[in-house]
Design a protein around this ligand. Structure first.
Ligand code: SF4
Length: 234
């Protein structure tokens, strides 16, 4: 990864991400999933590599998820594309006027985002959706680079505890002052960060949360309504 301090373009960051092989366990897992494939997708060629961020370079809203899904983004090559989490995310973005279509099934579907950029704490699909701490540490530089490059962001939406902590640590890596001594994740929290950007937290729209009712459609929709209101306050 580059060590320069000036902001890289999103294209440069994406190129580095796709070529990255610094976490052997995850790189191997992504390839193995792509080799075996799920029965429903046997006829498809999986992406099977690290997945770059996706969205509007002029974004006011930056969404930080956990990691690509094994048969979602690791299959399609685009964040939150091709799985249930993506149905929740893009469905809501479309309802709020932030996505050109309500579904996201494949990377070449023409979907565009309006004012939104989607990224994640880890760019390789981890076994059991659980990246190791050292893997998150290695991957966080990409998030910091994106945060530097996306200089119109007004609201960061962190999905889940891992996404939340990735944002805090990336800010620290960028030399930005701490928000509070021990900021903790909880669903629905809103914090104004010293750089004048709001940090909103939500449960991740994983099936584990959405199928159990931990995250309901009403809660999910309210998160985006809050983000839109916050944007209008700045
Ligand atoms: S998780 Fe991030 S740092 Fe690790 S190999 Fe994938 S892209 Fe590279």
């Amino acid at each position: 990864m580059s060590t320069t301090r000036h902001a890289l373009t999103l294209e440069q960051i994406a190129d580095e991400i796709v070529r990255c092989d610094r976490c052997p366990r995850l790189v191997e897992h992504c390839r193995e999933i792509a080799r075996i494939r799920r029965a429903a997708y046997r006829g498809e060629a999986y992406w099977g590599k690290p997945v770059p961020g996706f969205g509007d370079p002029g974004a006011w809203l930056l969404i930080v998820g956990l990691a690509p899904g094994a048969h979602g983004a690791n299959r399609t090559g685009r964040m939150f594309t091709g799985d249930k989490s993506g149905e929740w995310l893009y469905g809501e973005l479309h309802s709020q006027g932030l996505a050109s279509r309500p579904d996201s099934l494949r990377a070449n579907d023409g979907l565009t985002l309006n004012g939104v950029y989607i990224t994640a704490a880890a760019r390789c699909a981890p076994p059991d959706n659980k990246p190791h701490p050292d893997e998150l540490e290695r991957c966080r530089g990409f998030l910091a680079q994106e945060m530097e490059s996306l200089d119109r962001v007004k609201v960061v939406l962190a999905l889940g505890k891992i996404g939340f902590e990735a944002v805090l640590r990336a800010r620290r890596d960028l030399g930005r002052p701490a928000i509070e001594p021990k900021a903790e994740f909880w669903h629905g929290s809103v914090r104004l960060m010293p750089e004048g950007v709001f940090l909103v937290s939500s449960y991740h729209p994983s099936q584990q949360n959405t199928s159990t009712g931990k995250l309901t459609p009403t809660m999910w929709s309210a998160t985006f309504t809050t983000a839109l209101k916050l944007r209008n306050r700045l």
